[in-house]
Design a protein around this ligand. Structure first.
Ligand SMILES: [Zn+2]
Length: 566
């Protein structure tokens, strides 16, 4: 099935040091290129080297998250990131420059190499040596933000608790407990708000300079290019924002009203949005890791035999580490090991519904990895986030009818309702964060007061009916919780774009599940080899941010919600 050439880099090369990797870069840089074919071979060999390095990085990262208490494992990863990766980055850039400036580049097949060359050209075009120290400075500032946020704890319920630990109190049915937890968290955050504002001021200034150095008017336009957004513009993002405001915000307000009535309160307060409105205990879809794996396998097989087999192929060969265990890092992810073509799924399952969602989500990413493994170019074995998340979020939607594998009928419907409501309620927050960033970077000289003003105005556009009276100081700093603003600016709307794809896929499946799944598999097999709109099209989806499209999706959600019990 794999068509990857394996004669350039030995299969057993240990790519953990620069000494091991450098000779291959040197060979690629020095190889003479006489014709388009030589250049084609160079691109494929370069890809094989990249896959080998990528797999090394993957394994170092995976080990680090599996054993956070092992200092050697951590050190090995840090050594790679700090000492090897910068050299790889420089060598990769030099090689990209050599390729796109080569006289034979025009003779490469556009269908085969067009998408890759487009990305390489952008990378070379944006590169400025004088920006490297600024980018390092930005990374340090982001680490400082992580440090400030990570150090936040609250004394609550007789113990010192981290913010993630505090989050579960917001799901407590006792309203007074929720309020105290919410206030404790918010007051702790406000204590560092000035420090974070100060740090953010410096980030905005640095980013503006980076953009100007690269010849852009502002950082918004620079970053759109830097994030390789070739197929949509800042104006399209504004269309997305307006569509959300028009169709999702009214939906969110209705949900809030319903919630307020079910909770029996006169005003919905910020501590009322996470609790189950009918006061039920949390869903428990499984007890053990084995149960989770068995159940997932059954669900995928009943959905589609191909996907079922792909899932089963990961049950061997150390592809799954699912159960929560002391010493494991938090969170969940799927990581493809590019050289061997074996995906890895990591998570911290503890028997909760969100764990089941994570399993299905990450399995969607793994299907993507497995279905696109045949591409010769490593770049095409991964797709842009806007579509990669269609594979995962789309699978969450497609799996809804199969939740019966884990639940009795009533609980399955409860999980379906929660999921559909969450999907649409998330879109206003995504639009708000995106609109905020557009404003920030097109007004680089703004004062902190103006920043607060801009944020609160957006809260008015995208917020629901939550009553913030007396809590305005907290409300004005809500954005500080969204780590993306600090670490990966502008990277957020991707989730909204992908969710539009996932919702369309679900709509298709309601009409004809088998054909929706065929489209899903066909599009995933393209990996990143085609531009975004074509990836959507291959799955039978429209790449469209307008209000009509979004409106019909939200109508579909509303129609299904009406068939589900409260
Ligand atoms: Zn994902």
């Amino acid at each position: 099935m794999r068509s990857i050439n394996t004669d350039f880099v030995p299969a057993d090369l240990d790519a953990s040091t620069w000494e091991a990797i450098e000779p291959f870069f040197v060979r690629l840089m020095e190889r003479s290129i006489h014709c388009g074919n030589c250049l084609r071979k160079l691109l494929l060999d370069r890809s094989e080297l990249a896959a080998t390095i990528d797999e090394k990085r993957a394994n170092l990262y995976i080990e680090k998250t599996r054993r956070t208490d092992d200092a050697d494992v951590k050190q090995a990863y840090l050594h790679f990131v700090e000492n090897v990766e910068p050299k790889i980055r420089q060598a990769t850039f030099d090689l990209a420059k050599r390729i796109i400036e080569n006289e034979h580049v025009g003779s490469l097949d556009e269908r085969e190499f067009g998408v890759l060359l487009r990305a390489m050209r952008a990378e070379v075009e944006l590169f400025r040596a004088e920006n490297i120290p600024l980018q390092t400075r930005l990374t340090t500032l982001d680490a400082e933000y992580d440090e400030i946020s990570g150090a936040m704890t609250v004394d609550f319920d007789g113990a010192e608790r981290t913010m993630p630990q505090m989050a579960r109190y917001l799901e407590e049915t006792d309203r007074d407990v929720r309020e105290r937890a919410w206030r404790g968290m918010s007051e702790r955050r406000i204590a560092d708000a000035d420090r974070i504002d100060e740090l953010f001021d410096r980030m905005i200034e640095l980013r503006h300079t980076v953009a100007r150095n690269a010849g852009f008017e502002n950082y918004r336009d620079f970053q759109h290019r830097n994030l390789m957004r070739f197929d949509y513009t800042p104006a399209d993002c504004e269309t997305f924002q307006k569509s959300v405001e028009q169709v999702c915000v009214p939906f969110l307000k209705l949900l809030h009203e319903e919630r307020r009535d079910r909770l029996g309160v006169d005003r919905l307060r910020p501590w009322d949005v996470k609790v189950d409105p009918l006061g039920r205990t949390p869903l428990r879809p499984f007890e053990s890791e084995t149960e989770l794996v068995e159940g997932s396998s059954t669900a995928f097989h009943s959905m589609d035999e191909d996907l079922g087999s792909l899932f089963d192929s990961m049950r061997e060969g150390d592809c799954l580490d699912l159960a929560s265990r002391k010493g494991k890092a938090p969170g969940g992810y799927q990581y493809q090991r590019q050289r061997s073509g074996r995906p890895f799924i990591f998570m911290n399952a503890a028997g909760m519904h969100r764990d089941l969602q994570t399993m299905i989500h990450e399995a969607g990413h793994a299907f993507h990895s497995l279905l696109s493994v045949h591409h010769g170019l490593v770049e095409y074995r991964e797709s842009p986030i806007e579509f990669a998340e269609v594979a995962s979020m789309g699978m969450e939607m497609l799996a809804m009818p199969r939740l019966d594998t884990f639940y009795e009928a009533g609980d399955a419907d409860r999980a379906r309702r929660d999921h559909l409501e969450d999907v649409v309620s998330m879109l206003p927050w995504i639009a708000q964060i995106d609109a905020f960033q557009h404003w920030l970077y097109t007004h680089p000289d703004h004062s902190r007061q103006e920043r607060t003003g801009a944020w609160l105005e957006l809260q008015g556009r995208f917020g629901g009916i939550v009553d913030w009276s007396g809590l305005e100081s907290f409300q004005s700093k809500l954005w500080q919780r969204q780590g993306h603003l600090f670490g990966v600016p502008f990277y957020y709307i991707e989730y909204g774009i992908a969710q539009l794809g996932a919702l369309q896929l679900w709509q298709r499946s309601l009409i004809d599940e088998a054909s929706a799944l065929d489209g899903y598999k066909a599009a995933l097999a393209l990996g990143g080899s085609r531009p975004l709109p074509e990836l959507f099209e291959a799955a039978g989806l429209r790449f469209d941010f307008g209000p009509e499209m979004m409106g019909s999706l939200v109508e579909g959600v509303t129609a299904t919600l009406e068939t589900l019990p409260a």
